[in-house]
Design a protein around this ligand. Sequence first.
Ligand code: NI
Length: 208
Amino acid sequence: MQKRAIIVFLVGLLVLLGGAAAYILTAPASTVTRLPSQAGSGTAKVGGAFELIDQSGQTRTQADFAGRHMLVYFGFTYCPDVCPTSLAIMSQGLDLLEAEAGSLEDRVVPVFVTVDPARDDVEAMAAYAEHFHPRLVALTGSDAQIAAAAKAYRVYYRKVDDPSASEYLVDHSSFIYLMGPDGTYVSHFAHNATPQEIAERLKGFLKL
Ligand code: NI
């Protein structure tokens, strides 16, 4: 009888140890899976007040766009490939939707903000904007104004000095942001989205 009691005790101990081991093994996993969602729920706010200068030399603030969605892209006119492609895609997406739904002038404003105000002055922005959507608002400003706008939109940018190149480049994040009529973030598109994808998703957001 005593032997059986010992066996029962040992089996019980093993079950307890097994349970503890299983708990220890799974507990860190559940902690790990919780972390990204916690990080995700603390959504960094994209967007906010800005004061910049458009390609006709007029001061423009967020208030000028109130009541309309904004498609916003930050970049620079000397960018060899990503910026012109992104701006073309953004313009073509809006063109596609306007071909189907009619002018969206009262509802969507495409906006380009430079991260290279040293070279992208009002004249440079005016000339560059010609290549894209006819309603594109091209914004520049002082270093401080650009820094404030980029900070509000969580846009990273950094000048890159390449001794082998005659012109410097600017590293920058390249999302196309869709902002709502109240100026708050709605969604974003990757810089390599297709015009069709932009038109289609925009149609959904605008409930067209
Ligand atoms: Ni670029």
